[in-house]
Each structure stands twice: as C-alpha cells, then as structure tokens.
Design a protein around this ligand. Structure first.
Ligand code: AMP
Ligand code: GLY
Length: 421
C-alpha cells in the first residue's frame, strides 16, 4: 500500500514509524515531513489544499493519515471523501470538537459530560464584566485554534482582563479569539486518553500523561508538550471503562443526535479531579508527544487498526506490550518563546528509539529546524527503567541550545512509590 502522512512533527514521524511496521506498506510520503521521516519515505514540500488531493490521485495513495488539527478543522477529510480518496480522520463537522471550544463545551453540557462550569462570550464588555466578578482562579480560552497558545489560566481578574484584551481586542489569534470560553479552574492530574472511534464503537489506547509546562515541576509557560509516558499508573481498567462510558460515549452519541458521525481518533484531555475525571478539551487527532510514548507499546498493526476504523470493523481490544514508555522532548532553548535554529545535530548511536520533530536534513547533515527538535523514547519493564533509558539516550544526542525537562514520568514514579498522587 501507498501511505501519505500529513504533517511534519514528532507525532507524524512516530505515526510513520508505527505504520511502517505493517507488511502492507510499500511506499511512504510525508507532507511535509522532517529530517527523520526521510528514513521511511519521501518528503513532499510545498503541497497545500488542492495540490494534496491532486498528488494523492496521481500517486494512487491507498490511505492518507492526517496528523495536525488544522487540516481536519478545515475539512481535508471531506474533500478527500468527495473525490473517493481513502483518508483517516474525522470530517469537518466532527472536527469542530477541537476547532471550536464553545461548540465542544455546549455539546458536553447537552450530553452531561463532566467538564468545568463555563460561560461563552462574544462581546468584550460582557466578558470583562463577568471576569471582574468571577471567583478566582479561572481560565480564559480562545474559541478557535490558537496552536495551544490560546488558553490562559488566570489567578485574578487583572490577568483575566489582559487575556480578554489579547484575544478579543488585539486579536492575537485572529478570529479564533472573537469568541471566548471562561471556565472554572480545575485542580488535579492531567491525563490524555485517546480512542479510536468508529460509529458508536470506542476503542481506547493506553492512557498517557503529557507534561505541558516548559520547566521542571510544571513551571513556566504552557508548551505543545515536553514529554509523556504511558501507561498512566493511576488510571486502571475500571477508571478507563468509566471514562469511556461517561465521557466518550455520551459525547459521540450527542454528535450522532445532531447528525454528525465521528470516525477517527478522539483525544480527551482530562483533569482527574477529586470529584472524578473532567474534560479540559477534546482534540480530534493523535497527541504530540503522547503518540511517541503510546505507539512504541502497540503490539497490533496500526495500519490495520486505522483501516478497520474506517471500515466500521474495530476489533474487541488492542494488544499492548506489558512494559512502559517514556518520551522526553529535546527542545531548542527558549521554546515556546523565541529560539534559534539551524544548529547541527550529532546523533552518536542509532540504538535509541528517537523521533524527529523540528529537524531538517541537508546534504547529509541534520540541523535543528523548530522548537521541539527530537523525542527520545525509553522502553522498559518498569517505569523507572524506561525513564533511565530515555535519559541515557539523551547523552548520545548533541546540538547547541538543547533544552529538556529532567522530570518526565516522575509523577508516575512517585505514585507507584507512595500509592497516591
Ligand atoms: P487547552 O487549550 O484547553 O488544552 O488547555 C491547555 C492547558 O491549560 C491544559 O492542558 C491545562 O494544563 C490548562 N487548563 C485548561 N483548562 C483548564 C481548567 N479548566 N482548569 C485548569 N487548567 C486548565
Ligand atoms: N500534547 C498535547 C496535544 O497534542 O495537544
């Protein structure tokens, strides 16, 4: 089969790596890919919208897998389907779960899905008035896509006001900030649960935990994710079943009631609060860097799982390796703010599981080309061993301005030691 992966981050390299294990895969195209995906197939640059469809037809691509949210929210799946081209991912109306936080919150309220209490505003004055009288802390979120930067956890009204100005008046994220969601701030541990959805069949992946903040001990600004581990020790089989029944199922059924089908992978960002799991956000795609931790533990054939999702033929369960995976992101110093790129990357040894993100290969030399540069993955029979292996791999990678968190998976390790969070 000929496979095309849309995107060029760590998630897309990981998806390609996992898909390439299938005996069925013959040719691989990444649009645009990165320095790592070149070892799996071809990188195709400067392809957008209609060009991608033309390319898929020309090359007779058997399955296109979409990594990032933007093309999904813009309706790439609808366009492929109109042309009869096979593609994995939800259609535009379902991708609104990530494309509009107001839509997602209203849907959750209608379906009784546990989430933080919220109000929606499309008028600055009304939002300002609400924030001035709101119990602190609270969270202000842009309704639309903002590359993970449109969410402000506010300790007091002044911060809330500033967030409203940035989103609604200065329009830092354009129309994405025209409408805002203001919600209660939840406490607890964050967990990512991803599941394949095919009609009303829901097949969860191993739960994983991302580390969103830039610095150790969850300090510093929010990033796309600085590392992840899987499985999550404090989500057992029963908790996962509850999450499927109380969160995924009602959300999918509510979409169905509105005539919207969900087919693809759905990612629930959850806060495990004292009163149980609550949804922080829905994403309509694989997580990054969650995929780097989850997919290396997958025993089944990923390609077959994706094809079976499309065919309404999901298996009863997914088979996993019994071990653990820890993925540590190696970033450019300064990320998620300003950073330098174009530094040469030296990788001493190829024995590590290593996924590329912001890398570029030119004349056989690998260079940094983004904020998140690489993920190193440690696999082990226990979480401590997996963490040790991941950090040992880092000593084999060198580039100027390399920055990474030192505490990925520590929460899980502490939980295993103490038996509580
Ligand atoms: P989002 O853009 O909704 O994914 O939010 C980004 C990050 O902000 C989440 O991963 C959380 O760390 C934090 N966050 C979002 N909503 C809340 C909330 N209601 N309470 C506490 N933290 C939140
Ligand atoms: N790891 C966060 C995300 O994929 O949105």
């Amino acid at each position: 089969m000929k496979i095309m992966v849309i995107g060029g981050g760590g998630r897309e390299h990981t998806l390609g790596w996992a898909l390439s294990k299938s005996d069925e895969v013959r040719d691989f195209y990444f649009v645009p890919g990165n320095g790592g995906t070149l070892s799996l197939g071809h990188n195709i640059n400067n392809l957008e919208n209609e060009d991608i469809i033309r390319f898929a037809k020309e090359k007779k691509i058997d399955l296109t897998v979409v990594g990032p949210e933007k093309p999904l929210v813009q309706g790439i799946v609808d366009k492929f389907r109109e042309e009869g081209l096979p593609i994995f991912g939800p259609m535009k109306d379902a991708a609104k779960l990530e494309g509009s936080k107001a839509f997602a919150k209203e849907l959750m309220a209608a379906a009784n899905v546990p989430t933080a209490s919220f109000e929606i505003f499309d008028e600055f004055r009304a939002a300002k008035n609400y924030v001035e009288n709101k119990r602190e802390p609270f969270v202000v979120k842009a309704d639309g896509l903002a590359g993970g930067k449109g969410c402000f956890v506010c300790r007091h009204a002044k911060e809330g006001l500033r967030a409203l100005e940035v989103l609604m008046e200065e329009r830092k994220f354009g129309d994405s900030g025209k409408t805002v969601v203001i919600e209660d701030c939840l406490g607890g541990e964050e967990v990512s649960v991803l599941a394949l959805i095919s009609n009303d069949r829901i097949l969860p992946f191993l739960p994983s935990q991302d580390h969103k903040r830039a610095n150790d001990n969850d300090r510093g600004p929010n990033t796309g994710g600085m590392g992840a581990y899987a499985p999550v020790v404090f989500i057992g089989k029963d908790e996962l079943t509850e999450i499927i029944e109380n969160i995924f199922l009602p959300a999918i059924k509510e979409l169905g009631r509105r005539g919207i089908e969900y087919k693809g992978v759905l990612y629930a960002g959850l806060m495990i609060s004292k009163s149980g799991p609550k949804v922080l956000e829905f994403n309509v795609r694989f997580g990054d860097p969650e995929s780097q931790a989850i997919l290396p533990l997958l025993e089944d054939d990923l390609l077959e799982l994706l094809l079976r999702t499309n065919d309404y033929n999901l298996p009863g369960k997914i088979n996993w390796d019994r071990g653990w995976a820890v993925a540590v992101v190696l970033a450019s110093n300064g990320y998620p703010g300003k950073y330098k790129k174009g530094f040469e990357i030296d990788i001493k040894d190829n024995s590590c599981v290593l996924f590329h993100a912001g890398t570029r290969l030119s004349d056989g030399i690998l260079y940094t080309a983004g904020g998140r540069v690489l993920s190193v993955v440690g696999l082990g029979e226990d979480l401590i061993t997996a963490k040790k292996k991941a950090y040992k791999c880092i000593s084999k990678v060198k580039f100027s301005d390399m920055y990474y968190r030192k505490d990925i998976a520590d929460k899980g390790i502490k939980y295993l030691e103490k038996g509580r969070l």
